[in-house]
Design a binder for this molecule. Sequence first.
Ligand code: 6PG
Length: 228
Amino acid sequence: MKTRIIHSKAFVGDAAAIIHESALDAIAGRGIFRLSLCGGNTPKPVYAELARQSLPWDKIQITFGDERCVPPDDDDSNYKMVKKALFDAIDIPEGNVFRIRGEMEPEAASLEYEHKLAHVASRFGESLYAHDLLLLGLGEDGHTASIFPGSPALNETRRAVIPATGPKPPPQRITLTFPIINAARHVCFLVNGSGKAAMVDEVVRGNPALPASHVKPASGRLTWLLGS
Ligand code: 6PG
């Protein structure tokens, strides 16, 4: 695993540029760009910047790293956040956006999403869906996606998508697991603001108690984009 740490003075522009460049590389190489979006507040302006760029959205497949167990029109929904910042401003075919159905019973929604990703993976001859770029945020407690400290999800090695709970409201969530996160060709943490600098250092040092330390793309690249 190759790790790159970028200290950025233009976080939103640099994040959008990483995504844009990854998209053009993937489409040139494989005719499609498979991108996983993270939730929370940090990526909102990045998605809005992406919406202002010209990208071949018909060749881009979007998944979500996690979702809160709420309806898609709930203010806590990651899908709603991305819809407002990005989907409403671009012309992307509906079938290219794989929404986690947070309004469903969590285990059923997890299985449904896992089957959807497995179906697409099989079409690519993959045993596990391989994202070209998978975006992750970092919580103050070292969580990422919806894998929180002490969570059983930390030890999940078989499932790709599972229900999870955490202290960050809303507690009930659905999350990709480390097997599928680490199957990505490139994982990029988006962390903006100095408030998490100490936590980033702890994670990069590999503190196993911190979920984000388990992000180790098996044959991929890991980038930390750190805004000041
Ligand atoms: C979520 C995210 C979560 C988030 C971190 C950072 O659904 O909340 O997936 O992992 O990325 O908590 O959140 P902020 O960007 O809001 O600090």
